[in-house]
Design a protein around this ligand. Sequence first.
Ligand code: SAM
Length: 485
Amino acid sequence: MPGQRNRHFEGRAGARGKGRGASRPRAAGAGRPGGGRGPRGEAVAGTPFIVGHLADALHMVLKLDGPADVLLSLYFRKNHELGSRDRGLVAETVYYALRHLASIAWAMAPAVPERSPRLAALVALALRFGRGQISEAAAGRDAAALDAVLAKAKDVSEAPAPVRAELPDWLYDRIRAQYPDAEAFFRAIAQPAPLDLRVNSLKADPKSVAEEFAERGVQASPMHYSPDGLRLAEKVGIGSWPVYREGRVDIQDEGSQLIARLLAPCRRLMVCDFCAGAGGKTLAIGALMKSTGSLYAFDVNAKRLAGMVPRLRRSGLTNVHPIAIRDEYDRRLGRLIGKFDRVLVDAPCTGTGTLRRNPDLRWRLSVAELERINAVQASVIRSAARLVKKGGRLVYATCSVLREENQGVVEAFLAEHPEFELRSAPDILAAQKVPFTAEERERMGSYFVMLPQANATDGFFSAVLERVAEDPARAAHEGGAPRGR
Ligand SMILES: C[S@@+](CC[C@H](N)C(=O)[O-])C[C@H]1O[C@@H](n2cnc3c(N)ncnc32)[C@H](O)[C@@H]1O
């Protein structure tokens, strides 16, 4: 699941500057042999050392055979000679290249970034930090090619629309057809995401945590929508700070915090987080339950689920039961049918709502992958629905912005399951003092829809479905596979 995974790199890279040539990095590799000097003898960031590593890192990441943050981690583990500032610079430039890959490729043609990673590295560095930040020694034999590419890249107005949007054609077409403000979406995903925190209400409150950050010179502001949230004015690595280690905050996008609230999880309920992953939403739900009742956390990925354990320890929650399941039809689920007040299906999805954080995702996805995920979503919602008791609620959520994975799945489910009815997600949040304008409510209808261009959060979708009658098939199939399988 994409989520906020690349925070480790961009956080340390100090992604304060936005857009092309926005900020000057300090000369990370300047002291190393090979020359870190510009034409006037000034120290620059783009040294042969940095460009060499950047080219190798890009070469690895552009194979697109794994998430960029995982591949970069691997690269840094193998290359100890890179200091922390070097790593920050390489990571920030790789992410910049991934965000602008279509236009870089267009400007480089007939050369291709994955086959000419050194030129791609120089182009990305120059676009991000300025041509003057590349030493003559680093540009070397590629200097003329670099300047030609930069001249073309200056004006992308001639490029095809999907290139200007920095998206593959199939995804561009879908977003364009679905959103009247598609252009604003394209601009929003070109920017890095902020660092969002959820304050753990079991241990602290937003005001005291904001003061703790202020003591370190970091501004943490209350969020617009989430009552438990703080947004940092700058990206900082908080992993070793007491506020994080002692569980007063967790890293979680504002939209994701609100999905936990959609369960309206009060004290002493039986709650199930069916696709819990490493527990981002589980922790938020558990805190809203004030660590009472029972919160079952399932996932098919035992390794991911194990990632929840240290987070649980930090959080102070004692009501969570993580259980790895074989699949959504795991036999052990049979005894839990009709037992839960709330079931969250935070479904596996394309993650297209998280493109600000995971810019590589768009290049790794395909229509075939979307169709595969779609089939899993339909199957998981069907199976998880069995666990909901009469009067209980099923919350279906994704971090996708694609209709097929959102309204499409819910509408198909409701057509097949008249024993569930759609409830108003904005009303449920309004009852918890989450402020939405009339315009926002109009856009959302009964669903919960957050968009980077409209709400400055990742893209999220959710629907709240209430079970108003027993499953008609249940008497006959108690404990068995759900209908339609
Ligand atoms: C969107 S992620 C969950 C993120 C998590 N809820 C959070 O807030 O951090 C989707 C999760 O669904 C899990 N998953 C995939 N197929 C599943 C299935 N058939 N049953 C249950 N979980 C599944 C994946 O392993 C993944 O962890």
